[in-house]
Write a protein that binds this ligand. Structure first.
Ligand SMILES: Cc1ncc(COP(=O)(O)O)c(C=O)c1O
Length: 396
């Protein structure tokens, strides 16, 4: 196997070539190594692989050539030294946080998190002796005041799911580092194309590869990216010994997904911007949040830390849950789901799905009213999407 030479090409080029390991057959497309384990020429070689004296693959729970290609391509895109792929985005989030923390430590996290991420921070970690303080991510003073002598980690997502609020990553990273803590950023909504948390000062980035990276609704996956030292100190052993690994088949699908990531995300962002502009003035829409618009409440931070808006638009349909449900049920082309980042345009009602575990006051605090709908732009013709949204709004 030979790794391709990788000078500093632009991101679109790295998405197609970085990390490729070509076998002796010289295949064009990346090979799918659907194998659990590996064989050795001798008992001595096997022993040397296990002690680490000889590099090479051992067992697909912790390393596999197809999975390595996916990890290396993501490193090249993100500007990270090392990465570990996981079975799902939640496996990445859980491993990234649990790997850094032990009983007696403390974590500070933004309140506005995807439901399962908030469960990990707010419910799961405290069960293992790691108390969590939740803060309003936009309020830097709350991050500062939440710090305790044992604070070891900060965690946030930006833009947030589903209300697309933005957190100033560089400022929060400074507060974390002054406190001797690390910052982990869930970068799913921004995608690796529009925001680079490591460059902004974060220590660790996590993705649900299930979303834009696959981009075609086929498989689940996740990835943790950081420095070699961070991965070795915090992540490697936990993954190796507990096993939430990515399957080689999914890594292969995700490699194919990365090849088209730039064209998909650029087109979806353009479509989302058009949808946001049309819906912003609609009489049945009482609130609209889109990171690419000048009226986003944190437009100045977005200009500072993001290269473009988002493939998602969040809006509130008049008439609360009944209005939102009438609208969703009247859609003909757009599909109701709880996923995002797909080639198909998708709509979600967060209050009854992704954020249903939260209490009503908790949802109110995050601005997730019963009328809120999250729209994920697909690759259909933008006019077909806008026509479908418009006809459904008439019935809302
Ligand atoms: C922001 C965010 N983080 C993490 C996840 C979890 O990813 P997965 O479904 O791949 O476990 C999701 C899934 O919706 C998400 O939206």
């Amino acid at each position: 196997m030979s790794a391709s030479a990788e000078p500093q090409y632009r991101p679109e080029t790295r998405l197609i070539h970085a990390g490729t390991l070509r076998s002796q057959f010289g295949e064009t497309s990346e090979a799918l190594f659907l194998t659990q384990g590996f064989v050795y020429d001798s008992a001595e070689q096997c022993a040397a692989r296990f002690t680490g004296e000889e590099p090479g693959y051992l067992y697909s729970r912790f390393s596999n050539p197809t999975v390595s290609m996916f990890e290396q391509r993501m490193c090249a895109l993100e500007g990270a030294e090392a990465a570990r792929a996981t079975a799902t985005g939640m496996a990445a989030v859980t491993t990234a946080l649990m790997g850094q923390l032990k009983a007696g430590d403390h974590i500070v996290a933004a309140k506005a998190l995807f439901g399962s991420c908030r469960y990990v921070a707010e419910i799961l970690l405290p069960r293992f002796g790691v108390p969590c303080t939740l803060v309003d991510g936009a309020d830097l003073d709350q991050w500062r005041k939440a710090v305790q002598p044992n604070t070891k980690a900060f965690f946030l997502e930006s833009p947030t799911n589903p209300t697309l609020d933005v957190v100033d990553i560089a400022e929060v990273a400074k507060i974390a580092h002054d406190a001797g803590a690390t910052l982990t950023v869930d970068n799913v909504f921004a995608t690796p194309l529009w925001q680079s948390p490591l460059t902004l000062g974060a220590d660790c980035v996590v993705y649900s590869a299930t979303k834009h990276i696959d981009g075609q609704g086929r498989c689940l996956g996740g990835i943790i990216l950081s420095t070699e030292k961070f991965i070795q100190d915090n992540i490697h052993q936990l993954l190796r010994q507990t096993g939430p690994s990515m399957s080689p088949f999914n890594a292969w699908l995700l490699l194919k997904g990365l090849e088209t990531l730039a064209v998909r995300v650029e087109r979806q962002t353009e479509t989302a911007g058009k949808v946001a502009d049309v819906l912003a003035g609609h009489p049945k829409i009482t609130r609209l949040i889109y990171p690419g618009r000048a009226d986003h409440p944190q437009a100045a931070i977005i200009r500072k830390q993001m290269k473009a808006g988002s493939t998602l638009v969040c809006f509130e349909v008049a008439g609360g849950k009944a209005g939102a449900f009438r609208f969703l049920n009247a859609l003909k082309l757009l599909r109701i789901t709880n996923n995002l980042g797909d080639a198909k345009s998708l709509v979600t009602h967060p209050a009854t799905t992704t954020h249903q575990r939260l209490t009503q006051p908790e949802r109110d605090e995050l601005g997730i009213s019963d009328g809120i709908v999250r729209f994920s732009a697909g690759l259909e013709h933008p006019e077909d999407i806008i026509e479908d949204l418009s006809q459904a709004l008439e019935k809302a």
